[in-house]
Structure formats: C-alpha cells, structure tokens
Design a protein around this ligand. Structure first.
Ligand code: ADP
Ligand code: UDP
Length: 240
C-alpha cells in the first residue's frame, strides 16, 4: 500500500489517498500543539512513537470487538486506515478531574469520578472546539440519535478496556479524546488516533505525567514520557 494523492494536513497528521478508494494512509508528524495551536513545537521522534502506540491500541481494541478504522502499520511513521466521513464531534471521557473541566467548572483537580464523564465538543478549530450538548448535535445535524447512542456505547467500552489495559502497565488513564467516522458501507468506526497527544496518562505509583501535559505545562522531557508509554506497551506481552 502506497501513498498517492495528498488529502489533508492537520496539526498532528497528514492524510493521503491510496490505490484503494476505501483506504487512506496517515502519517504521524513530529509537531506538537496545545491551546488550540497557540503553543507549537516540534519533537523529533514523537510521530514514530504516536504511530506505534496508536496502532497497538487500535489493534488491541479491534481484537476486543471495537469497530475501528485501523488496517495495518506501514512503517515507523505511517499506518493504513479505512477512509471515513468524520463525525464532527470530539468525544472526551474523564475518569479523574483535571484540565479544562476544572478550569471551566471550578471543580477540584485530581478527584476520581464515581463513574466516567462523557463530554461532546464540536470539532471546529476556528471556534476553539466548544463544548456542546446532545441536543446541539441533533438539532444542527452533526450526528443522529442512533449514532450518538452507539458513540456513547463504544466510548464507554473503550474507556473500560483501556483503563484496565493501562492499569496492568502501571498507568492511570485519566482522560482522553475519541473521534468517530462512517465508512463507505455505513458502519460507525472509531477513527483518528489514541496516543499521549490525545490521552492523559499518569504513572500509578509516582503520578508522573506521561503525556502531552508535559508540553502544555512545560514539565520537560516530552519525548521521554512518550517513550515510556511505548516501552510499557511494547514490553507488556499483552495482545497488541
Ligand atoms: P487536526 O485536523 O485536528 O489538526 P490531525 O492533524 O490529527 O488533526 O489530522 C488528521 C485529520 O484526519 C483529522 O481531521 C481527523 O479527523 C481526520 N481523520 C482521522 N482518521 C480518519 C479516517 N479514517 N478517515 C478520514 N479522516 C480521518
Ligand atoms: N483532547 C484532545 N484534543 C482536543 C481536546 C482534548 O486530544 O482538541 C484530549 C486531551 O489530551 C485530554 C482530554 O481530551 O486527554 C481532555 O482534555 P481537556 O478538555 O482537559 O482539554 P485540554 O487540556 O486538552 O485543552
């Protein structure tokens, strides 16, 4: 499978067509952005780690019955995925309070929630990805009721599978963001990426941040954190 025509360049990835009209090649970039791209940097090696981590997690989830866009890893920087029409909603799941939740609502940081909190954000960089309700999504046609139900069902399954998976690696899955899309047969698939760019990972014992918060908060050694996540995944012996 080879790249053909360039389709799109985003903040963290580039997308190409392939000889198969139903497949895309995704390239993971070394660029890091935060605060709606107000803060930017390049971290050599980050693209490779996110590509490998994301591929492993998609493979794991697919094996556990979650429908995903992942097809195969091509090389260090590229993976083949099923082409989907992205549902313009970012789904955030939170197990522990932190980040914008605390800023927006003034709630205390670091509290374990009694059950996972699912939030919807409109995927629109110009508007700064505003938080929305299900009613906004339905009334403005960003998704259907049926899709929303399925999205929530898959999201909660992904949360419980990944929370348990990472706990076995000594990592707490604090929160993360998912994207979904519809493939050419009308199936709803988990898409985009799952990586330290899109998840918050805390070391279970030290509470060390092993994710993009190292970049957001200038904690240093961003690459080291991503390497640590990849090291634990790749040496875990878990089915990947
Ligand atoms: P952004 O656009 O947010 O800066 P990226 O740099 O990660 O994001 O670019 C990847 C783009 O590709 C995103 O808009 C994402 O929604 C989209 N995408 C992810 N997976 C697929 C897929 N399987 N088919 C089509 N588009 C996808
Ligand atoms: N997230 C993401 N992309 C976004 C917004 C959030 O991947 O555009 C992830 C983020 O990495 C974190 C979770 O979603 O794991 C919740 O993020 P939060 O709302 O606290 O916002 P952030 O601090 O990322 O601005």
């Amino acid at each position: 499978m080879e790249k053909r025509d360039f389709v799109y360049e985003g903040k963290a990835k580039k997308v190409w067509t392939t000889s198969d009209p139903n497949l895309y090649v995704v390239e993971y970039k070394n660029s890091l952005t935060a605060f709606n791209a107000l803060k930017k940097d390049t971290v050599e090696g980050k693209g490779r780690l996110n590509n490998l981590i994301s591929a492993s997690l998609f493979r794991y989830l697919s094996g556990m019955g979650v429908p995903t866009h992942f097809v195969e890893l091509l090389d260090d920087l590229h993976q083949v995925v099923k082409k989907v029409a992205i549902v313009p909603i970012e789904v955030v799941v939170r197990n522990i309070t932190t980040g914008t939740l605390c800023k927006r609502l003034g709630v205390e940081e670091g509290k374990t929630l009694p059950r996972p909190l699912v939030e919807l954000y409109l995927k629109d960089d110009e508007l700064g990805d505003p938080i929305i309700t299900e009613d906004h999504a339905l009334l403005f046609g960003w998704s259907t009721q049926e899709q929303l139900l399925r999205i929530k069902e898959i999201t909660l399954k992904v949360n419980s599978l990944l929370s348990e998976y990472f706990l076995r690696l000594g990592i707490i899955l604090v929160d993360f963001k998912l994207e979904f899309g519809i493939d050419s047969s009308g199936n709803l698939l988990l898409a985009d990426e799952i990586s330290p760019d899109t998840c918050r990972f805390w070391d279970r014992d030290t509470r060390n941040r092993l994710d993009k918060d190292r970049f957001r908060k200038d904690l240093g050694d961003v690459l080291g954190a991503y390497q640590e996540i990849w090291k634990r995944i790749s040496s875990s012996g878990e089915k990947q």
